[in-house]
Design a protein around this ligand. Sequence first.
Ligand code: EPU
Length: 417
Amino acid sequence: MKKIVIKGGFPLHGKITIGGAKNSAVALIPASLLSDGVCTIKNVPNITDRDALFDIVKLLNGDIKQDGSVIRIDSSNLQNTLITQELSVRLRASYYFMGVLLSKYKHVEIYFPGGCNIGSRPIDIHLKGFKKLGAKVTKNKHKYIIKADELKGADITLNFASVGATINIMFAATKAEGTTYIRNAAKEVEIINIADFLNKMGAKIKGAGTDVIEIEGVKHLDGAEIDVIPDRIEAGTYILMGALLGDNLTIEGIIPEHNKALFDKLSLMGVKYELDKNSVTINACKHLLPVDVTTLVYPGFPTDLGQPMSVLLTQAEGTSKMEETIWENRVGHYPYLVKMGANIELNGLVVTINGKTPLHGMEINATDLRGGAALILAGLIADGTTIISDIDYILRGYENIINKLSNVGAIISLEEI
Ligand code: EPU
């Protein structure tokens, strides 16, 4: 079994280049199937979630050509087949094939999606949206059958600004007859990236990035080209590493505005960083101030950075609070931080962190993607050696993380143990 081995305490110096956003790429790849032609997606991150999506596209008879981070998907011979359980459970984003295939064929059969265990992760808001557009949803044990005689534009108000539901309903409405409004839509920047792609194919979508999205249905979508936006969560993870270990560490290929909530908290904590148009240079802060953090929908502090942020808080001098409000179970890494020496009181989703405490290397387990990234950060600042198991969670969303960190001075390796 492969494990990540880290010898902690080394400063990080040099440049880390950020890849394309996982949460955009995992929607852009299914989105390309809405076209009847050839789509090109650039800056696709090299993560295992990408490979799982490729396997689903191939099952549907899509033709994929890959040249590094550029992929070309030809959907002209697509076939609408059942997406098997084995494929759909490999990642959360398999649910995007629901909206896409419903839109294209008015019929989709797919097993429940998979993904990290960070809460119950229902998809009721997606399904309600599909029903509003005229679809019938049948659940058969672990399989969904979603069918429509015709899809008609509708006025849909989401009871929570769900990222996945906003994108999935946008997909389903793209070729529906008439106009759809999605109200209380999620405003995450990835949604703008996806709407841009669909509009380049010929869709008529307005308002992505605001809380009302208007979609005027069209009959046909052509091929198009899109760049995946930079991964603000990958960037944020390395920025947090820089706040603890940076020696002029530069994170490049970012859109600083997308990480504003994180930068605001770092400023409050006393972290010094220099922003450029597409990069930030950051130095370790010796005396970090405590701060309270509540995760929120965009543009609030992202839930996907809550766990890495909690490691920074263990090094602040005083008491900080970390409250998770989006997912019920994003706390799996805390017991390991406590074992490593952190002083943390867990009270449901409100966590009190008393710093500053030294952390000690030991054998620990990644429990989910971002929790795993948090443990890498803990290992990098701990004394001694940290060995992390269950690293598949981490490789699902961080491209070349071992190389990216080794190149800036971290002593980190992937080892068969
Ligand atoms: N929710 C429902 N019903 C639904 C959909 C969501 O109750 O039909 C609830 C969820 O259970 C959760 C909350 O609403 O409590 C937020 O869910 P949302 O739908 O916004 O999340 P998602 O689309 O499933 C995406 C990212 C997540 C990220 C969230 C929030 C992808 C593939 N995943 O998930 O990313 O945390 O948005 O920003 O885009 C990660 O990258 O580590 C990750 C988990």
